[in-house]
Design a protein around this ligand. Structure first.
Ligand code: NAD
Length: 323
């Protein structure tokens, strides 16, 4: 909570204001998780105001049963997001079966450009968390359009990809997901880089606990994690784990946890990359991206990250012509 003005000698606390743009599957579920964790008042904004209003009302009515307070409103008016502390951008099309995230580029670049331009006018001091795909390129669009300092523009992908990797390892070994630590770096796509050397189960290197071919199968399953869900759902993409990962990032900011999470952050020299948003280990706290950690990578890990960076760069060059 952020202290507000003194009131009769005591400090009055005000709740954080968190805006979620896009009241679809990811946006609606994110609003639910934020409300349930009481991370702040929530504004759900969509081009379809009735959907946003309906979901907000439904969430507000869950509060008495679930035991949370806080204001939740739905709207299509940017005035209502005024002075938000955090703005989460989930607006845009999700994938259809057989589609790659990159195929969403031109449609979603237009959406992210337009919502960012409007959001930053009303919430000039917010931290932006981008979720729309293709993630790294959309985070770049939000950064360019907002002209915010790099610390206040973050993309959500690595927290999700790492959660998927952790879940699959836990299933394979039949251990608690809480025991698994990992980092998945790089772009949010087929070139993502799960770091096996930095993956442990209660501190034990994962490579010591399962045969190489099983581990390789799990890495592939992680890479295909999003596509497998699209294939099953047929009419949309994943949203429970994505909204959980966004909420983890919001919590790290709101509670100034200084949590190390893989996120898409602007690299300006880190890992040898320049002016590129890419999944790297980030210390996430009250200031947003407080630090990019430069961990030691083996030559093949660095080669994987470079390949991923090239794929993201290509998308950013294409998107540059659209913004
Ligand atoms: P969805 O179709 O359920 O919801 C998208 C919402 O955005 C809709 O309600 C739509 O009305 C709204 N919208 C569209 N244009 C808008 C605009 N200009 N202003 C305001 N709202 C607008 O889709 P979803 O499943 O919630 O996914 C949203 C996005 O997140 C997609 O691009 C998807 O690919 C992406 N995604 C990313 C990750 C990740 O790891 N980064 C994970 C899951 C989904």
């Amino acid at each position: 909570m952020i202290p507000a003005r003194a009131n009769g000698g005591s400090i009055r606390m005000k709740r954080n204001k968190i805006t979620v743009i896009g009241a679809g599957n990811v946006g609606g579920t994110t609003a639910q998780r934020l409300a349930e964790k009481e991370l702040g008042d929530v504004v759900l904004l969509d081009v379809y105001p009735d959907v946003a209003k309906g979901k907000a009302l439904d969430l507000a009515e869950s509060g008495p049963v679930y035991g949370y307070d806080g204001q939740i409103i739905g709207t299509d008016r940017y005035e209502e997001i005024r002075d938000s502390d955090i703005v989460i951008i989930t607006s845009g099309l999700p994938r259809k079966p057989g589609m790659s995230r990159d195929e969403l580029l031109s449609t979603n670049a237009g959406v992210v450009k337009s919502v960012t331009a409007q959001a930053v006018k009303s919430a000039p001091n917010a931290i932006l968390i981008v979720v729309s795909n293709p993630l790294d390129a959309m985070t770049y669009v939000a950064y360019k359009v907002s002209r915010f300092p790099k610390q206040r523009v973050i993309g959500m992908a690595g927290a999700l990809d790492s959660a998927r990797f952790r879940a699959f390892i836990a299933m394979e070994l039949s251990v608690s997901v809480e025991n698994i630590q990992t980092l998945v770096l790089g772009g949010h796509g087929d070139t993502m880089v799960p770091l096996v050397r930095y993956t442990t189960v209660a501190g034990v290197p994962v490579a010591d606990l399962m045969p190489k071919d099983r581990l390789e199968a799990i890495i592939q399953k992680t890479r295909d994690g999003g596509a497998d869900i699209v294939k099953l759902l047929k009419t949309g993409s994943a949203y429970y784990a994505p909204s959980a990962a966004v909420t983890e990032m919001v919590e790290a900011i709101v509670r100034d946890k200084k949590k190390i999470l893989p996120c898409a952050a602007l690299c300006q020299g880190e890992y040898g990359f320049h002016d590129l948003f890419l999944g790297v280990p980030v210390k996430v706290g009250g200031g947003g991206v407080e630090e990019i950690l430069e961990i030691k990578l083996a030559p093949e890990e660095m080669a994987g990250l470079k390949k991923s960076a090239e794929a993201v760069s290509e998308l950013c060059r294409a998107v540059d012509k659209m913004i």
